[in-house]
Design a protein around this ligand. Structure first.
Ligand code: MRU
Length: 344
């Protein structure tokens, strides 16, 4: 688009200079604290603890962590163990397994003396590819919305903190802003860990995007009131039928969007698709520690003895998804044949 500002961000979740550093997302927005990763096992613990989170970002972090491990020693069985540990750190986002397998495949094919260099090259390549994918997703996704005053609702954090670039759904938001067409983005807080309130709002303020925060349950009345042009969110895994697993609260948003006739758009790189998963029902859903729900920050709200149901993700069935945007194109309408023709 002529006159469009470049789509950029001041935010990044990780840094690599032969050693991996992670911006501690548990401590945002209060403190910008960087954690130096010691080895792959340390990286796996940091991924589990949500120091780095977001499907593409955990894949990139794990790729660099495996490269770092390869720099510390080229013993193949030890590297295979490190890869298994990293891939198992979180079960839902398929990008994690995909990235680790990609780096491990490169390591396996290399001569012993070249394993470290090959692993680092592969990690850097998949990081750069994710940044490029975000830009393409931003362009394709922004084109789904007409007019000069687009208002979107988003969920969780799908921005620079969650990816190697400008973000997926938040990349669409950033692109609309650069095109001068973004009226406002509404961000759900995303209980219990508050990726929306803590991370998405922080990112938007860093980059000057007009953002309004809402409690998760206010999405219903916001959509009923009208004026929202689309619900845009990311994905942790997309099944072959187009069902989308994403942050808890995605499924209710899909139902609400359908009820109120608002487009429901998922944005994700090709690395988030898992064509071996036939339907949403076969996507593993991570159950997280009940303490995330029993506490508000440092304050205990509910006794430790109370059982908690705390799935980290839920699934929007394909029939409720208006479109899926990836770097290879837009899947619309969403069904298995179109998913396969765009992605495979
Ligand atoms: O538990 P999280 O914070 O890792 O969950 C992240 C999400 O659900 C994101 O929406 C998804 O990974 C897409 S990020 C581009």
């Amino acid at each position: 688009m002529t006159g469009m500002r470049p789509v950029t961000t001041r935010v990044a979740p990780l840094h690599w200079d032969g050693q991996l550093s992670l911006l501690d997302q548990r401590r945002l927005p209060w403190v910008e604290h960087w954690v130096t990763v010691r080895d792959a096992a340390h990286a796996a613990r940091l991924i589990q603890a949500l120091v780095v989170r977001g499907a593409p970002a955990i894949g990139i972090a794990a790729a660099y962590a495996l490269a770092q491990q390869a720099c510390q020693g080229n013993d193949l069985p030890a590297l295979r163990r490190a890869a298994r540990r990293l891939a198992a750190a979180r079960p839902t986002a398929v990008n994690l397994r995909w990235a680790v397998e990609r780096v491990m495949t490169a390591i396996e094919a290399a001569a012993p003396g070249h394993r470290a260099a090959v692993a680092e090259r592969e990690a850097r390549a998949l990081h750069a590819e994710d940044a490029a994918a975000c830009l393409r997703i931003g362009t394709l996704g922004a084109a789904l919305f007409a007019g000069t005053a687009v208002t979107l609702l988003t969920h969780c954090n799908t921005g620079a903190l969650a990816t190697g670039g400008i973000g997926t759904a938040l990349g669409i938001v950033r692109t609309l802003h650069a095109q001068g067409r973004l009226q406002r983005v509404f961000a759900c807080e995303a209980r219990p860990v508050l990726q929306g309130a803590r991370l998405t709002v922080w990112e938007c303020l860093q980059d000057g995007l007009p953002v309004t925060l809402l409690p998760d349950h206010a999405a219903a009345s916001l959509l009923a009131a009208g004026g929202i042009d689309g619900v845009v969110l990311g994905a942790d895994r997309i099944a072959a039928d187009g069902s989308v697993a994403n942050k808890l609260g995605t499924y209710p948003l899909a139902v609400l969007a359908a009820r109120h006739g608002v487009p429901f758009v998922s944005a994700a790189p090709v690395s988030t698709f898992d064509l071996a998963c036939p339907t949403g029902g076969s996507i593993p859903i991570e159950q997280r520690d009940g303490e995330e729900v029993r506490r508000l920050g440092r304050h205990r709200v509910v006794d430790r003895a109370v059982p908690v149901y705390n799935p980290s993700f839920d699934v929007a069935p394909a029939g409720l998804v208006t479109a899926i945007v990836c770097e290879r194109g837009v899947v619309q309408p969403v069904d298995e044949a179109r998913v396969r023709s765009v992605v495979a």
